[in-house]
Design a protein around this ligand. Structure first.
Ligand SMILES: Nc1nc2c(ncn2[C@@H]2O[C@H](COP(=O)(O)OP(=O)(O)OP(=O)(O)O)[C@@H](O)[C@H]2O)c(=O)[nH]1
Ligand SMILES: [Mg+2]
Length: 409
């Protein structure tokens, strides 16, 4: 794999999950699709256990992540736990390849595909072993195609028959999804706009580079034939003095939003990187609605502050120290605040409010899956909460057309 492919963060790569029964040929199909022996293939049932993520290049589409999973019919002692993990991988993916063995296919597969397609998820059914003279039951195949809403593909991972065509179908689907996908600066930018980015360089800033939300924003500005000026919060007034005309939009890191709101005159639209990400990956409407629940918290309220990355990130200090401090200061209440990275705790239902990180390292589908998993617990996020706790939420929502009227509390 080239450095360039390695360099594309997982949060920007579509995730394709291979699922289906044990021994259906999921791992062999993954290897055939990417043209490499990435996954372990064997005639033993249950070879793949936990989901295995493989970042790779799907030529000629670009960087993706394939997720190879254990069989949905794993009936071993650990089967239940494994199935749950596979379901979590499926919940956060962009596309499912449902792999079928011609001799094993039955209506359990139809039911599974129906479950998977619920909510609009795209599922491509693939029958493997086309090199072996085993014919699948025609009526079940028809039911499978109907459940998936598309034809069943036939392939052989051994001879490579049908693999090129399947790869083309996968790429076409991913390209369609990309066209439908909104961008970070959707509705906010047109060519020849000047965008001011406010980026604090403090002790938490990673050495020698910018963080992903900042880089992604700069890239989108360039893609829109516009220009950015990147500046630390202390130089904002100086930069504004140098300009012949004010910037069309200012975007600040949430942590210095108060300073930015003070330095940027009210006629210049101002928002935060986190608000952009809330809209891009999460659900800005409900985050804004739910953040107002902070005002209803009492001494016995339980709050979960959670981030999707389980490794040490630059958000660590924001989630662990700053947000809990700001929350207690704002409410004046001795709140019961838990901070968790990675998976949600099992007793999620016991929380009155969840404050989630911006999810810059995960895909939109994965963020949406986490919102779904939060179920009944009202969820908002770091960026919306930080602006709210600093009293500037209405200001940073102003750049979004039509947002204020509908969502002002
Ligand atoms: N002839 C033939 N054999 C295949 C094909 N696809 C997979 N196999 C064989 O089927 C067996 C199971 O393949 P795997 O890819 O390991 O199946 P899996 O679905 O990943 O199985 P688990 O990880 O155990 O759930 C292996 O012996 C493969 O070599 C195919 O298209 N044709
Ligand atoms: Mg396998």
């Amino acid at each position: 794999m080239s450095k360039k492919q390695m360099g594309t963060p997982r949060g920007l790569r579509p995730h394709i999950v291979l699922t289906g029964k044990c021994n259906a040929g999921k791992s062999a199909l993954l290897n055939a699709l990417v043209g490499q022996d990435m996954a372990i293939v064997s005639a033993t049932r249950g070879t793949t256990t936990d989901p295995v993520h493989r970042a790779t290049e799907l030529v000629p589409f670009g960087p993706v992540v394939f997720v190879d999973t254990g069989g949905v019919d794993d009936d071993t002692e650990l089967g239940d736990a494994r199935r749950k993990r596979s379901m979590r991988a499926v919940a956060g993916c962009d596309l499912v390849l449902y792999v079928l063995h011609p001799a094993l296919i039955d209506h359990d597969d139809t039911a599974e595909i129906k479950r998977l397609t619920a909510g609009g998820r795209q599922v491509i059914p693939v029958v493997t072993h086309s090199d072996i003279a085993t014919t699948a039951d025609g009526s079940v195949l028809a039911a499978v195609a109907a459940a998936a809403g598309r034809p069943v593909r036939a392939v052989s991972s051994v001879t490579g028959d049908g693999i090129r065509e399947l790869r083309e179908t996968v790429i076409e689907e991913l390209r369609n999804q990309r066209v439908r996908q909104k961008s970070l600066l959707e509705d906010l930018i047109r060519p020849y706009k000047l965008i001011l980015l406010i980026v604090p360089i403090d002790l938490e800033a990673p050495a020698g580079r910018l963080i992903l939300p900042q880089v992604q924003t700069i890239r989108e500005v360039l893609d829109s034939d516009s220009a950015t000026i990147v500046v630390k919060e202390r130089e904002v007034s100086w930069v504004l003095d140098q300009l012949k005309r004010p910037p069309d939009l200012a975007i600040t890191d949430s942590q210095v939003v108060l300073k930015a709101a003070g330095a940027i005159p009210p006629h210049i639209p101002l928002t935060t990187f986190s608000i952009l990400f809330s809209r891009f990956k999460g659900d800005l409407d409900s985050f804004v609605r739910n953040v107002r629940l902070i005002d209803t918290l009492t001494h016995s309220s339980r709050v979960l502050v959670t981030e999707s990355c389980s490794h040490h990130t630059h958000c660590d200090d924001i989630g662990r120290v700053k947000i809990p401090r700001w929350l207690r200061q704002y409410t004046g209440k001795d709140l019961d605040i838990d901070v968790r990275s990675g998976r949600f705790p099992d007793d999620i239902g016991g929380y009155d409010l969840m404050i989630h990180c911006g999810g810059c390292m995960i895909t939109r589908a994965q963020m949406q899956a986490r919102i779904g998993e939060a179920a009944e617990v009202p969820i908002t996020n770091y960026g919306v909460a930080i602006s709210y706790l600093h009293g500037v939420l209405d200001r940073v929502l102003q750049p979004f057309p039509g947002f204020e009227e509908n969502n002002r509390g």
